[in-house]
Design a protein around this ligand. Structure first.
Ligand SMILES: [Zn+2]
Length: 204
């Protein structure tokens, strides 16, 4: 039997919420996702099969899943990683704040000049048009650069330094992942927030 501390931790764990059109919109604590499941406001999404489950169906399936579970005398539920709203089809109109972490996420921890991924400690934020020459700190003028590309570029523009960017930097589209500490992001969510996710052929 799970002790109450462990159960409370599980209830606080984030669940990814998809709207009716399968678009990831935000995260909620597991405790809220479970309430929605009981009220038939949301259904659980099996994170690799993309099947949908109401309370009874999820309880049935939970017996076969190797996942942490919440148990009461009458029911045992595997903790859902992803739920899909039954009716809600909104899209949050959040903009992604220009922060260090969001920039690292947008550029996927890669130097935008040479493509290297040397780890966050070896990456710097490069102003494409240098600050000293009137460049601004914004999505369009900042990219990640490895230490060697950054020092090679110095106080020049990429054109002056003979360097090219891998892609044109833009403000990223909102994703629930920008809003949550990286340590709390579940691996299983990657299926729902990656480009590949949008190319999955859905069956009823
Ligand atoms: Zn580089």
């Amino acid at each position: 039997m799970m002790n109450s501390d462990a159960a409370a931790k599980l209830l606080d764990r984030p669940t990814l919420v998809l709207n009716r059109s399968w678009h990831p919109v935000f995260t909620v604590p597991v405790r809220r996702a479970i309430v929605w499941l009981y009220r038939d406001i949301a259904h659980v999404v099996h994170e690799s099969e993309y099947t949908l489950h109401d309370l009874q169906s999820w309880a049935d399936l939970s017996r076969f899943l190797d996942k942490p579970a919440l148990a009461s005398p009458s029911i045992r539920l595997a903790v859902p990683d992803v739920v899909k709203m039954v009716r809600y089809n909104g899209m949050p109109r959040f903009r992604v704040a220009f922060t260090r972490r969001a920039l690292f996420m947008r550029d996927k921890y890669r130097c935008q000049y040479c493509g290297a991924s040397p780890g966050s400690k070896e990456l710097t934020i490069d102003h494409i048009v240098p600050l000293s020459r009137g460049g601004r700190s914004c999505w369009e003028n900042c990219v990640l650069a490895c230490v060697s590309c950054n020092s090679k570029k110095g106080c020049r523009t990429p054109a002056e330094a003979g360097m090219t960017l891998l892609s044109e930097p833009r403000e990223p589209k909102w994703s629930p992942l920008f809003n949550i500490a990286p340590t709390r992001v579940l691996d299983s969510w990657q299926n729902f927030v990656s480009e590949a996710y949008w190319n999955v052929i859905l069956r009823d």
